[in-house]
Design a protein around this ligand. Structure first.
Ligand code: G1P
Length: 897
């Protein structure tokens, strides 16, 4: 059985990784290099949609991707051997008895493949990583060792096809864009400087150079093949290149130039003789520069073993430092697996939702909800930076409570919609509050709510229903007052705007309209009459959270809350709550009053009255859902209906084609507190009956509707068991676990996480490296690995719910929900994390071996300074802030009866 095993540091070893399809690993840095690499060194590298150094790949290209990194050895003047295994003859032998031995070892953003050729007595090890400096390079160290008994003569050749253009040109003008290439041979490599970025919409002067450099100290390449045809020759291929097999192709030398061809990084090094046991090392740097000089400067400094090793150690230290949340349960494998999960939110920050082989859509950046949910993890890992980040993100909210749909690569950058895309995702309003609430609880920074920021403005208005024909791009992307000044409102006002507008935006069953879709992007065909009960429930609890936060402000002396005058109509209409039509007309009145510009006038509302209104709205929603949406299968299973389709029909329940149930409807009614405890119990039973599939990772997203439902969404076009149609979709499954834990259903929550973890780690079935994928398909294969919101939510669930490390208005509190089985053999479980800019390790000690429900916190001690006096098992903010920052603090929390 093929499986990987962890080393002490959390890196892992996997034998014969080349026998598994679709494995890919990320290599990246904060400077923007985004590479993907497979066990045969396929994959690609880019810094954006328009700047791919290596030709862009989708998952289906991975088993056919010859045009990527390769490194050849011409052995004893006769045979050619690819250190990556990408030669025609090695591929042909891949499944035979004398296949080559391969092994992968990968750690936090480094990737090392070993390949052994018994036939040649040669071992090749290629270690790849991206330095954590500002340099935009990917480095490969190729180490060749004679493991045989006789001397070997070999000529090493780096062979890397250089694509050097926009991903769009893979089909659109692939040939014509090669005519733009200006290729130059340097002393240590090959550089490509395309003249233009070529695009039918407009041709611009290209400002980026691409290239490959190689060597090791004084060892320089001696011959060069700078174009594809110069290397593969007539009739040749990347797996069978002519240049290495006869003398018909003439190499080029330093200083030569060639224009208008597909570029190639073919660097040949002097022939060497390797005695038995002897090794030789070559460093290859592939990357990007702003100019030729810039690129040479970036790249050349890594071209010695010493410099490479130094950069490698720096990179390891950097990621160790970044991944500062560590778990220590009794299951060592789980701890390592979670370590990899903590890397994933950082990867999504770098790659957005595009740019790994499964993520072959979008042009970079993230969607609105992903942006906010990724901040959850960031808040837990790197809290220092988050305040500004959150503040900047609020600038994406429009005056009608919707938000910018296009999010730029730079922080706080939202792009006006020029393409007339009027899609409004009805769930978007809930995420900013969830993240902001976490931030306030962790930091105690309630005054953050009073910070003022502008609103976003483009041509979209009235929640996607109308266009503001008076708006022109020149007016800018900020909402203006009648005096043409940007209107600044508090963050609290932004949050209220999102929730109050949603509260009134209901369909005929008095739940919030589904509009373009909700969390489930593929529920996108019920624009007119669709409703999402699922997210209405979450808006309900959010309205109550807002009330709680305003209460805190009130207790701090903020007796009134200042709001834009136009918002007055959204407050104080209790009589309208039950009347869908009235609600829509109130909303319309509000939206029209803010459609182009706003007055700039404000009103002051007593905090007390606002608290009452918001609580009333929240309670109204919850009761309405409880009264109208609790359904059954006609037997003994009960759960909540979460949707109405475009015909206004209830979606879930008994249907002639089989019982219909959706997991999100259960997750958010539980998480929001809409479901009573009794109902949660019933839901878990029903979900176990209809959605549980342990063999593919646990809880499916929905039952099989057995029809292409054009009144609900494209998801029903997907085969059942895939992606949004009934796969085990990890993001939702993890949120199910979070919801269950938060309601005290600990064993049930653990079951969800355990199923996801055990399946992810079951390499024979999941076929992914450690971490949590977006979903498991019908056969249990992990799909869309790395870039998923599942990772942030899993971290949050572990920290907040399982370990119960929770900030309460800036104080640190402990409410563990660990099961007995999660402690180690010494009855201990621990977690390290950053809080209030200090690093803590908390160890729960459960000497009596008690289970959840049997223990409670009975003592807290630690090196917390003289000010620390145990007080209701809370560590006060002021105690933490009195501690020096550059020390590690250990807190022992004793559990007992
Ligand atoms: C992805 C998207 C997310 C969306 C979800 C369901 O989820 O990124 O915005 O809500 O699909 O359609 P993820 O893989 O991030 O969990």
């Amino acid at each position: 059985m093929q499986k990987y095993c962890f080393t002490e540091e959390g890196s892992f070893l996997l034998n014969q990784p080349d026998q598994i399809s679709c494995l890919y690993f990320p290599l990246a840095n904060m400077a923007g290099v985004m590479s993907s690499i497979t066990p045969e060194l396929s994959g690609d590298s880019k810094t954006s949609q328009n700047t791919f150094l290596l030709s862009p790949v989708s998952s289906e290209d991975l088993h056919n991707n010859k045009s990527s990194r390769n490194f050849w050895c011409k052995i004893n003047h006769t045979s050619i051997w690819s250190v990556t295994g990408k030669s025609a003859w090695q591929q042909a032998k891949k499944f035979s008895k004398d296949k080559e031995e391969t092994q992968l070892e990968a750690g936090f953003l480094w990737h090392k493949v070993t390949r052994i050729s018994k036939a040649f007595g040669l071992k090749g090890v290629i270690t790849s990583f991206v330095p954590t400096s500002h340099d935009k390079v990917e480095l490969m160290k190729v180490e060749l060792t004679n493991i045989g008994l006789e001397a070997i003569t070999l000529e090493p050749v780096a062979a890397i096809p250089l694509y050097c253009r926009s991903a769009d040109n893979i089909r659109d003008h692939r040939h014509v864009t090669s005519l733009l290439h200006r290729i130059e041979v340097l002393d240590r490599g090959i550089i490509v400087n395309p003249t233009l970025t070529f695009d039918e919409k407009g041709h611009k002067i290209n400002e980026i150079v691409y290239g490959v450099l190689g060597g090791n100290g004084n060892v320089l390449p001696s011959k060069f093949y700078p174009t594809v045809d110069a290397f593969i020759g007539e009739g040749g291929s990347f797996e069978n290149p002519r240049a290495l097999q006869d003398d018909s192709l003439k190499p080029m030398k330093s200083g030569d130039k060639i224009n208008g061809y597909e570029a190639f990084g073919g660097l040949c090094f002097e022939e060497v003789v390797l005695q038995p046991g002897e090794s030789k090392v070559y460093i290859i740097a592939l990357g990007y520069g702003n100019s030729k000089e810039d690129f040479i400067l970036y790249g050349e400094k890594y071209l010695s073993e010493e410099a490479y090793n130094k950069a490698f150690e720096e990179m390891k230290a950097y990621w160790k430092d970044q991944l500062n949340v560590r778990f220590k349960t009794g299951d060592e494998k789980f701890n390592h697996w979670m370590h990899w999960v903590t890397l994933q939110p950082i990867l999504r920050r770098i790659y957005g939702c595009s740019f790994l082989p499964h993520h072959d859509y979008g042009k970079g950046g993230r969607g609105w909800r992903d942006l906010w949910q990724d901040c959850l993890a960031l808040l837990l890992m790197d809290p220092g930076e988050v305040r500004t980040l959150l503040k900047e993100n609020f600038q994406g909210v429009r005056m009608d409570g919707t938000n910018a749909t296009i999010i730029g690569k730079n922080r706080g950058e939202f792009i006006a919609d020029r393409n007339n895309i009027t899609r409004v995702w009805m769930d978007h309003g809930v995420w900013p509050l969830i993240t902001t609430h976490l931030y306030i609880q962790q930091s105690g920074d309630i005054e953050f709510l009073l910070e003022k920021v502008p609103y976003f403005k483009d041509m979209q208005g009235v929640r996607g229903e109308q266009k503001d024909s008076l708006w022109e791009e020149e007016q800018g992307k900020l909402c203006l007052t009648k005096d043409n000044k940007p209107y600044l409102g508090s963050i609290l006002e932004h949050l209220l705007m999102q929730h109050l507008t949603a509260f009134y935006d209901v369909g005929e069953h008095n739940h919030i309209r589904l509009r373009g879709a909700d969390w489930n992007d593929a529920l996108d065909m019920a624009r007119d009459k669709g409703e999402s009960v699922t997210f209405t429930a979450l808006y309900g609890s959010n309205l109550e959270t807002l009330a709680d936060l305003i209460e805190v402000l009130k207790n701090k002396g903020f007796a009134t809350i200042e709001l834009a005058k136009e918002m007055e109509v959204l407050i104080g209409n209790e009589d309208a709550y039950g009347d869908c039509k009235k609600k829509q007309s109130i909303l319309m009145e509000y939206c029209l009053s803010t459609k182009h510009k706003i007055s700039g006038d404000t009103i002051s509302i007593p905090a007390k009255a606002l608290v009452k209104t918001l609580k009333g709205m929240g309670q109204f929603i919850k009761e309405h859902i409880r009264n109208t949406e609790w359904i059954s299968d006609g037997k003994d299973a009960f759960w909540f209906n979460g949707y109405y389709d475009n015909l206004g029909q209830r979606v879930e329940g008994v249907h002639p084609l089989g019982v219909r149930m959706m997991l999100p409807s259960q997750v958010f009614t539980i998480m929001s507190g809409t479901a009573t405890d009794e109902q949660v119990k019933a839901i878990t039973k029903a979900v176990d009956q209809y959605l549980y599939a342990r063999e593919i990772g646990g809880y499916r997203l929905n039952t099989d509707f057995r029809e292409v439902n054009l009144n609900l969404g494209r998801m029903f076009g997907f085969a059942y068991g895939h992606k949004e149609n009934g796969a085990v979709f990890c993001h939702m499954a993890v949120m199910y676990a979070y919801a269950l834990y938060s309601r005290g259903f600990v064993k049930e929550g653990f079951k969800v996480i355990d199923a996801l973890y055990s399946h992810s780690m079951d390499f024979e079935k999941s076929r992914i490296y450690p971490g949590i994928p977006e979903y498991f398909d019908g056969k249990g294969r992990g799909m869309y690995h790395y870039l998923t919101g599942a990772a942030s939510w899993l971290m949050l669930t572990l920290i907040h719910q399982v370990f119960g490390i929770v900030g309460k208005m800036g104080d640190l509190t402990f409410k563990p929900r660990l099961l007995k089985s999660q402690f180690n053999e010494k009855h201990r479980a621990g977690i390290s994390f950053d809080f209030a800019e200090r690093h803590f390790y908390v160890e729960y000690v459960n000497e009596e071996g008690l289970d959840y429900g049997e223990y409670r916190v009975i003592k807290i001690e630690g090196n917390l300074g003289e000010d620390f006096i145990e007080d209701s098992f809370i560590i006060k903010r002021k105690v933490i802030e009195s501690l020096p920052k550059n020390k590690n603090y250990k807190i022992i929390v004793t559990l007992g009866k």
